[in-house]
Ligand binder design. Structure first.
Ligand code: PHE
Length: 461
């Protein structure tokens, strides 16, 4: 697809805008990261903080990114040039390019685990669970996870397969294809997670599971727990790094940016909560550790389906749909550096995709398994996997979000902003714009700064 043509292209309809944006937001973040971070950070209080972050930080930043993207119809770096911003603001775009690389280094690795689980379930690796006792079943899922991620070779091969699939789709530039995939398969994933949730609620650990998820114990909050919840809000809604600027550059002129952001944030949050409802009852039924870490999803979902009719089929479908969600999220991640290389460095699309995927595989190998050859390397108390995650979600994306809120709240032309957000006066939403701008100017940056200062110990909450 010609680059110049691509810039002028828009999604075909409001529904397509919604599903494509949701396709970026919904991914491993909901199904893998939300439950494992909730488990590791003590449950309800973390979830509560996360929801507050979505409402007061995530949504205002998302609307701001939509405004920047649709107004300029440019990539994350080009958009700030177009708005005649001082060169400093382009750093948001550069940080976005770095963040998307850092995220892809570990995201591709986890996506590889998911792909490998589709294959494992097809091979019937979990068939034995149906007749095993609880202890045996818990041991089996542990062994299977260790086998899947163990050894440096097999997980890396899966990571290469993931990158090959993502690169082929991105090179083909099949925007229509992506629209169609997200429109049909995301609702299916939604239905399957609901089935998982209902099944999990019939387990004997349902009540403690739900309590863990929804009953806040605020004594569990600490500066680092709050920072994790904030980082997760950015990661979840693909914010602070240019993805939503890039995507909204393809939005239609009629799209109501407030409504789209609310619909995306609410649907995305529902998927995360449903994943939690499917997973924590299992944790408490089978006596597992809620803080089991990155393997939590892979050790619990096979147990949800283990003793029900068509369980194995549903299990395959679950991991298949999760792999689709991970793939569509990765397309939006990759689009940030790819659009940057094409538009700012004048590379061809093929070259940009190959270069990006090559860098991801070269460095991503460091994350394939915590116990692989690189597993013992510890920098600032973290292995590569956690380090890449921490720097992107907890540092770069919130800083990106802070800069975006300051830019739109204080620097950008107020009239322009109001004009764009009201679709050139065709929407009657003055009150909404005012509320949004007030939150964006005063609440969002203040919260971000407080969380940062709290974390580095300058103030104490
Ligand atoms: N939001 C995606 C998820 O939850 C991850 C992502 C982050 C995608 C940043 C794009 C940009 O899985």
């Amino acid at each position: 697809m010609e680059n110049s043509k691509r810039k002028r292209e828009t999604f075909s309809s409001g529904i397509a805008v919604f599903f494509a944006t949701l396709g970026s937001a919904v991914g491993l973040g909901n199904i893998w990261k939300f439950p494992y971070l909730t488990g590791a950070n003590g449950g309800g209080a973390f979830v509560f903080t996360y929801l507050v972050c979505i409402l007061l930080v995530g949504m205002p930043v998302m609307i701001s990114e939509f405004y920047i993207g649709r107004k300029t119809r440019k990539n994350a770096v080009g958009a700030f040039k177009e708005l005649k911003a001082k060169p400093f603001w382009k750093s948001i775009g550069f940080m976005g390019v770095i963040s998307s690389f850092l995220i892809m280094f570990f995201y591709s690795s986890v996506a590889g685990w998911v792909y490998s689980y589709v294959f494992k379930t097809l091979k019937g690796d979990f068939a034995a669970l149906a007749s095993q006792s609880m202890e045996q079943a818990a041991a089996t899922v542990n062994q299977q996870f260790d086998a899947a991620v163990g050894g440096p070779v097999s997980p890396f091969v899966w990571q290469v397969i993931v990158m090959a699939v993502v690169s082929i789709i991105i090179i083909a530039g099949v925007r229509k294809g992506i629209e169609r995939i997200t429109k049909t398969l995301l609702p299916l994933l939604f239905v399957l997670i609901i089935i998982c949730g209902i099944r999990a609620l019939t387990l004997e650990g349902a009540v403690p599971g739900l309590k863990f998820l929804f009953q806040p114990d605020f004594s569990k909050l600490s500066p680092s727990v709050i920072l994790s919840a904030l980082g997760l809000a950015f990661f979840k809604l693909s914010l602070g790094m240019g993805t939503m600027i890039t995507y909204s550059s393809y939005f239609t002129e009629e799209d109501n940016l407030f409504v789209t952001s609310a619909k995306v944030a609410i649907s995305d949050t529902i998927v995360s909560l449903l994943a939690g409802i499917a997973i924590f009852p299992v944790v408490f039924t089978f006596g597992m550790e809620p803080g089991a870490g990155t393997g939590l999803l892979f050790k619990t979902i096979p147990l949800v389906f283990s003793k029900i009719p068509f369980g194995n089929l549903l299990l395959t479908a679950f991991f298949f749909l999760t792999s689709i969600a991970a793939t569509t999220a990765m397309l939006s991640l990759l689009e940030v550096p790819v659009a940057y290389f094409i538009e700012e460095k004048e590379m061809s699309r093929n070259k940009a995709v190959l270069l990006t995927s090559g860098i991801i595989l070269l460095i991503g190998i460091l994350t394939v398994h915590p116990e692989s050859i690189f597993g013992n390397v510890v920098i600032a108390g973290k292995g590569f996997f956690d380090l890449f995650d921490f720097i992107s979600s907890n540092i770069l994306m919130p800083i990106g979000g802070l800069l975006i809120s300051i830019f739109v709240g204080y620097i950008a032309n107020r009239e322009d902003t109001e004009n764009e957000l009201s679709n050139h006066g065709t929407l009657n939403n003055r009150g909404m714009i005012k509320t949004y701008l007030n939150i964006l100017r005063y609440v969002t940056p203040a919260l971000l700064i407080i969380v940062f200062l709290n974390c580095i110990g300058i103030i104490k909450l």
